[in-house]
Design a protein around this ligand. Structure first.
Ligand code: AP5
Ligand code: MG
Length: 212
C-alpha cells in the first residue's frame, strides 16, 4: 500500500525477484488491457485518465480472475489493490478460497513534496516495464532503457494536477483500508523516503517476521 509515487512498483519488482511469486499490479493490468484496446481497458481509461479509482466491480472481477491462476497457489504480491474497503472485503473471501490469506501489509509512507518529484521525474520502459527517475534513478543514457535500448515514456497521469486527484482518492478511500488492516495487526510501516536499497532492507526485515 502507498500513495501514487511512494515506490510500490519499484519495491514490488525487488520483492518478487526475492520471493519468486507473481507481481499483481492492478494499475499495470489496466494499462496492459488499454494497450490491447479490450473493453475492460477502454472502460478503465475513463477513470485512470482523470486520476480516479476504477469502479470496484470491474477491479474486483479482474483480480478474482488473476488470483485463480495456478501461479498464485504458492503465494502472490498485490500492488495497488485493495484500495477501497469493498475491495478489501472481497479480497478476504478470494484469498481464503484459494487457501492463501493475507500474511502481511506493507505501507510505504512518503511526504507530498517528495511524491511530486518522484511522479514528475518518473520514466518507464514500454518494453520491459523498468521504472526510472530523471533525478533519483536515471538511465545510463538519457531517455533510453538500460535493459533493452527502448525509448522511455511518461505515464499520462503523471502530472501535478492528476497527482492531486490520485492523492485525494488515496486519502478518502485507501487510508481507511490501511486502518482496517492495522486493526488486524497486519500492517508494517515502511519509511519510503529513504534510498531504494534502504527502503528494500526495511521490507526484507518485515517479510522475515512472517516467514514460516
Ligand atoms: P497505479 O498504477 O497503481 O498508480 P499509483 O497508485 O498512482 O502508483 P504509481 O504506480 O504512480 O506509483 P508507485 O507507488 O508504483 O511508484 P514507483 O515505484 O513507480 O494505478 C493507476 C490508476 O489505475 C489509478 O489511479 C486508478 O485509476 C487505477 N487503479 C489501479 N488500481 C486500482 C484499484 N485497486 N482500484 C481502483 N482503481 C485502480 O515510483 C515512482 C517514482 O519514484 C519512480 O520514478 C521511481 O524511480 C522513484 N522511486 C521509487 N522509490 C524510490 C526511492 N526509494 N528513492 C528515490 N526514488 C524512488
Ligand atoms: Mg506503480
Amino acid at each position: 500500500m502507498g500513495a501514487a509515487g511512494s515506490g510500490k512498483g519499484t519495491m514490488s519488482a525487488k520483492i518478487v525477484a526475492l520471493e519468486h511469486i507473481p507481481h499483481i499490479s492492478t494499475g499495470d493490468m489496466f494499462r496492459a488491457a488499454l494497450k490491447e484496446e479490450t473493453s475492460l481497458g477502454l472502460e478503465a481509461k475513463k477513470y485512470m485518465d482523470k486520476g480516479l479509482l476504477v469502479p470496484d466491480e470491474i477491479t474486483i472481477a479482474m483480480v478474482e480472475e488473476r488470483l485463480r491462476k495456478d501461479d498464485c497457489k504458492a503465494g502472490y504480491l498485490l500492488d495497488g489493490f485493495p484500495r477501497t474497503l469493498a475491495q478489501a472485503k472481497s479480497l478476504e473471501k478470494m484469498a481464503d478460497e484459494i487457501g492463501r490469506p493475507l500474511q502481511i501489509v506493507l505501507n510505504l509512507e512518503v511526504s507530498k513534496d517528495l511524491l511530486i518529484k518522484r511522479i514528475t521525474g518518473r520514466r518507464l520502459c514500454p518494453v520491459c516495464g523498468a521504472i526510472y527517475n530523471t533525478e533519483f534513478n536515471p538511465p545510463k543514457v538519457e531517455g533510453i532503457c538500460d535493459n533493452d535500448g527502448a525509448a522511455l515514456i511518461q505515464r499520462k497521469d503523471d502530472t501535478v494536477e492528476q497527482l492531486e486527484v490520485r492523492l485525494k482518492e488515496h486519502n478518502d478511500n485507501t487510508r481507511p483500508v490501511i486502518e482496517y488492516y492495522r486493526t488486524h495487526g497486519l500492517v508494517h510501516e515502511i519509511n519510503g523516503e529513504q534510498a531504494t536499497d534502504d527502503v528494500f532492507n526495511q521490507i526484507v526485515n518485515a517479510l522475515d517476521t512472517v516467514r514460516n
